[in-house]
Design a protein around this ligand. Structure first.
Ligand SMILES: [Zn+2]
Length: 320
């Protein structure tokens, strides 16, 4: 690594895996490490696994790191750096920022939601590069979002702006894990789409899973039940994107996440629904584009929290 280039340690904390890498000023990753997130209720075991992952990356990192960026499953408290990821019950109000500072002796440590990390990554070094008004949406097990307005990450009053997964797309629709009803996530997440297909009689082909990948393959082959399940989710996504484009006057909505890679059976109805629901001219100009960074977006975004001015979350040194 050449002299004069700034680097950060990036950590991506998800429900099933922990990953770490060194990020440079161009958003390039090196010294990657990853491990499975331990299950169960032992918060210290989970923290030890994350530190192990971080140290594996640090072993190949330059000595003068500019800080540590962390994209963590939410909810989190941005102001204090404490985290309570819904799918990681071992951490409830866990003081992740303070513990990482004490353990790694690198500052600042900047923590934000994983969906915000993806938005920061795609905005800094991916599909939304050069754009100032962007919503990044993850369509996967859940549906999350991160918002860039006027070129900056927007957190909202409590740090939760951009939660497009809980926009209502069907007021009479299914109940949602958030406590609401008819949310985009309750209709169009990967698991909810698979559930709906199974209830309508779809069964995966031999050797394929009863999951989003199996469903997408069946739809590509012309299975009408699989295709309709994906189309329903695509239409819901398109309607929600139309609402977001109208509300926020966006240049682009960047779509990432495993279930978003379901191909035309999802994307065709999504585009048609967006075009059908978006009436106002300024909102019709909003482009719907796939992300560039794939599963690396969160790590790149965590690097951006430290290295890219204006895209940062809340850090241990707010004046920096
Ligand atoms: Zn909801």
């Amino acid at each position: 690594m050449r002299m004069g280039v700034r680097h950060a340690l990036a950590l991506d904390v998800g429900g099933t895996k922990l990953s770490a890498a060194v990020v440079d000023e161009s958003g390039r990753l090196s010294a990657r490490a990853r491990c499975a997130a331990p299950h169960g209720d032992d918060g210290e075991a989970l923290f030890a696994a994350l530190v192990g992952c971080a140290r594996a990356a640090l072993a190949e990192a330059p000595a003068d790191l500019a800080g540590v960026g962390v994209a963590c499953a939410g909810p989190i408290v941005v102001a204090t750096g404490s985290v309570s990821p819904i799918n990681m019950p071992a951490w409830r109000g866990f003081p992740l920022r303070d513990r990482l500072i004490a353990e790694l002796a690198i500052e600042p440590v900047v923590i934000d939601n994983d969906a915000v990390g993806i938005a920061a990554g795609e905005h800094w070094a991916g599909a939304a590069r050069g754009l100032d008004h962007v919503l990044a949406v993850t369509v996967s097990t859940g549906i999350g979002g991160g918002l860039v307005l006027d070129g900056r990450l927007h957190h909202g009053a409590s740090g939760n702006a951009g939660h497009i997964g809980h926009l209502v797309v069907d007021p009479e629709g299914p109940s949602c894990a958030c406590g609401g009803r008819g949310c985009l996530e309750a209709v169009a997440s990967g698991p909810r789409t698979v559930e709906r297909a199974l209830a309508a009689g779809w069964r995966p082909a031999a050797g394929e899973g009863a999951d989003g990948i199996g469903l997408a393959m069946a739809a590509e082959r012309g299975d009408p039940v699989a295709a309709e399940a994906l189309a329903r989710s695509g239409r819901a996504l398109g309607a929600a994107f139309a609402s977001a484009a109208v509300l926020l006057d966006l240049q682009a909505i960047v779509v990432v996440g495993g279930f978003s890679r379901s191909g035309e059976p999802l994307w065709g109805p999504l585009r048609d629904s967006f075009a059908e629901h978006v009436g106002l001219e300024y909102a019709r100009a909003c482009r719907i584009i796939p992300g560039d960074l794939g599963d690396d977006a969160g790590l790149v975004g965590a690097g951006a929290f430290v290295l890219a001015p204006g895209t940062r979350g809340s850090g241990s040194d707010p004046s920096a």
